[in-house]
Design a protein around this ligand. Structure first.
Ligand code: TXE
Length: 483
């Protein structure tokens, strides 16, 4: 028997509430293309209510929490997320199509974000500054007030965790606009936050379309800070909207991150990491290692091993928990198809392709992983973020050319360097344009503690680690004259 779609609601002022208009958006399961839930289609009025609730919390009960009390509350929330890990993982995997093991990893990371920022909440402090005789000068770090968080669909729980946990830790009140393709776990986590004791209005989740609810949040004059993760084009729009009311904006806009393999590298160590960095989450990862640059002498031999591994990869329904699930939406699948058909039209053949499980529902959004080799620097597939399971390789001659290729796109987010030569490791790490460089590893397992963000079209500002706390606070200088 067909079940009626489950109706999810906004979370504003610790209450579940529909959009003012009563309109909804269908939630589709990417594994089979079926609608199983709905979310509110919120607009400016709903966003306004959420911002108002956040302001009330900031100026009221939440604003009176001490750092220690915030810390304890976030630790309780970490515990609740842990206790609900399996429920959250299953919901996320159904909503986004990610394999269950990835849903579980995301739920675990979310709890770790709350734990980490719970520990940090009462350790952020200012300084005293030596000044003229008769003065004492000190700095204090103060919350902005109301922070807006526009979250993408690829890692809802992780990206929510990295910005909301840090923002709450320093005392801001948050309004979250999840991506229309991935809202469900975030509504659930907001409920858990209320259960942990978060006062009404300190954390609000408003769902809706980007151009409606997202744009309204970015434009809202009572929002004091915005963090956005998504595409460079939407990031620009959000920054422009923020600029209208002089609102600071943190942007994380994805990348075309290179992994650079020199001929002295430990290839057996590198191989599984090269493959995983593009397969994880179906390649829908901002830090996906989507270009492998290989020193010419070992290019063909390494490609042969990549071919072998790619051919063995399997995609299937999220709950089958294979190497990869379906992509998040038909729209994302179409984007990836466009790149692949362009590649074929320009004569770039597939060196290897994985498979989609035989009995995967035909209405699901499946794309088997694809490997393309010797892709030239000026090709779209080398230059643009595909955001799907598509890996390109390109040979290079020497360190100089490797660097030119690595830095040769508009992005600068993450890079991996594989070499045993210590001096070269350091030269490359310093010369690569980006926010994170990994030597003989890639991603360090996610690293909640490691500051993360980009340069150029990959964005600006840093999230994660202790560094995030600076972005979510204003520094105030107080000069006291006492002679
Ligand atoms: O992104 P958008 P889309 C990249 C990736 C992908 C491409 C497009 O390459 O193929 O972007 O994906 C909200 N004002 N990344 O279309 O539009 C939207 O509702 C305010 C990389 O999904 O950037 C969602 O919540 N908000 C990335 C969020 O912005 C608006 C993750 C992201 O959507 C808005 C996702 C507007 N006018 C995509 N329009 C990463 N860095 O990890 C949309 N939104």
């Amino acid at each position: 028997m067909l079940q009626a779609p489950q109706r999810y609601l906004n979370f504003i002022g610790n209450e579940l509430t529909p959009a003012d208009s009563g309109e909804t958006i269908a939630v589709v399961d990417p594994s089979n293309g079926e609608t199983f839930a709905s979310i509110p289609r919120s607009r400016a009025g709903d966003v306004g209510r959420a911002v108002h609730a956040a302001r009330g919390a900031f100026e009221g009960a939440w604003g009176r929490f001490s750092a220690m009390e915030r810390s304890r509350l976030l630790m309780r929330l970490a515990g609740l997320v842990d206790a609900h890990r399996e429920e959250l993982a299953q919901l996320e995997s159904r909503d986004t199509g990610k394999p269950l093991k990835q849903g579980r990893a995301d739920a675990q990371a979310l709890s770790r974000y709350f734990e980490y920022y719970a520990g940090a909440a009462d350790k952020l402090h200012g300084q005293t500054i030596p000044y003229q005789t008769g003065y004492t000068v000190l700095t204090v770090r103060e919350p902005h007030g109301v922070t807006g968080h526009i979250i993408p669909w690829n890692y809802p729980m992780q990206i929510f965790g990295r910005s909301v946990a840090a923002s709450l830790a320093v005392g801001n009140a948050c309004v979250v606009k999840p991506a229309e393709d991935a809202c469900l776990t975030l509504i659930r986590v907001a409920e858990l936050a209320a259960e942990a004791g978060l006062p009404a209005g300190a954390l609000n989740v408003v769902t809706g379309l980007g151009a409606e609810a997202g744009q309204a949040l970015a434009e809202h004059p009572d929002v004091d800070h915005l963090s956005f993760t998504g595409s460079p084009e939407t990031g620009r729009r959000v920054a422009q909207a923020g600029a209208q009311h002089h609102c600071p904006v943190t942007l994380e806009l994805g990348g075309k991150s290179p992994q650079i393999v020199f001929d002295d590298a430990d290839l057996q160590a590198a191989l599984p990491v090269l493959v995983n960095a593009i397969i994880q989450n179906g390649g829908q990862t901002c830090s996906a290692g989507s270009r492998v640059l290989i020193q010419r002498g070992i290019h063909d031999a390494l490609v042969e091993q990549l071919i072998e591994r790619f051919s063995a990869l399997r995609a299937g329904p999220a709950m089958a928990d294979l190497d990869l699930g379906p992509l998040v939406s038909r729209r994302q699948l179409q984007r990836v198809w466009d790149y692949l058909s362009d590649a074929q039209a320009s004569g770039l053949g597939f060196a290897a392709q994985g498979t989609v499980q035989d009995n995967a529902p035909s209405a699901g959004f499946y794309q088997a992983p694809v490997l393309l080799t010797r892709v030239p620097r000026d090709d779209r597939l080398f230059q643009e973020e595909i955001f799907g399971p598509v890996l390109v390789t390109t040979p290079f001659q020497d360190e100089h050319e490797a660097l030119a290729l690595a830095n040769g796109t508009r992005y600068g987010l993450v890079a991996g360097v594989w070499t045993r030569d210590g001096a070269r490791q350091m030269r490359m790490a310093r010369a690569i344009r980006g926010g994170q460089v990994f030597i003989n590893n890639y991603g360090a397992g996610g690293g909640v503690e490691l500051p993360f963000g980009g340069v150029r079209a990959s964005g600006h500002g840093r999230e994660k680690g202790f560094e995030a706390l600076y972005a979510f606070t204003n520094l105030k200088t107080i000069a006291i004259r006492h002679d």
